[in-house]
Design a protein around this ligand. Sequence first.
Ligand code: ADP
Ligand code: MG
Length: 291
Amino acid sequence: ATPTAIMVGTGLGAKRGVLFKNAIALETSARIQVVVMDKTGTLTRGEPEVTDVIAEGIAADELLRLAAAVERESEHPLAEAIVGHADARGLEPLRAGRFENVPGHGAVADVAGRRVAVGNRRLLEREGVDVGTLDARRDEVAAGGRTAVMVAVDGVAAGVIGIADAPRQTSAAAVAALHDLGVEVVMLTGDNTATARRIAQRLGIDTVIAEVLPGDKATKIAELQAGGRRVAMVGDGVNDAPALAQADLGIAIGAGTDVAIETADVVLMRSDPLDVPTALRIGRGTLRKMR
Ligand code: ADP
Ligand code: MG
């Protein structure tokens, strides 16, 4: 690359809030064949809100109160949504003890003398809970593209809390623009497969890799790189950092965590998914000028 082409490309990017950290990042952008996008906080706004509280054998407010007590100890965005909803309903907070965070699963704690588990199906299985009829409730919530958080009290399935996180306004347009560039788009998420598929369908994404444990995101990137395919990863979370590092090009959402921003090769200051195709186009333009 000529220094001039690099300077022009970097300058063009900077004007649009697309920060290339170095010349290699700019050159790699031109050669990307697959773009992997994290769901929560990247394709979606990352502002989850409770939409459904489905209780079984317990009052809905009681379920919410118990779940919120556990989630008050957690820093997960889903936890924040549940606590916020309980507070908005004016429910008296309960104290939790023996809190246990289970990454990629959820959380468990003692609340008012009961053992309360809040998380995905995998968490309830791990706790030895017979999920029973809750599966059907979960599927209903997931079919709407909402995340279904399951709750068990003293080892008994007690309900499902549905949480919606709206796609960013330009996510669908970004996917379409990437397809126009001949790039394959993949969604990568820890969320339930049905929920992820529904959102992917709305955004025009055909490949979904869901229910991925936090430690396994980088492995999934490596699998996509098989055969020498050049893969970019777009993410915002602490969970995404190893995958951003593994990818040929790591792209961080500007509104994301410091770790993601530090690890990435490109930072999108406006947190706009449309700036992903913009970055690739600037890279291609730079490469063309070099020849
Ligand atoms: P992601 O942010 O991509 O959804 P995570 O690995 O953080 O990935 O979580 C995976 C799944 O585990 C979530 O979709 C959710 O179902 C469940 N989960 C994790 N932590 C919590 C929590 N504190 N409360 C409820 N559910 C949780
Ligand atoms: Mg995320």
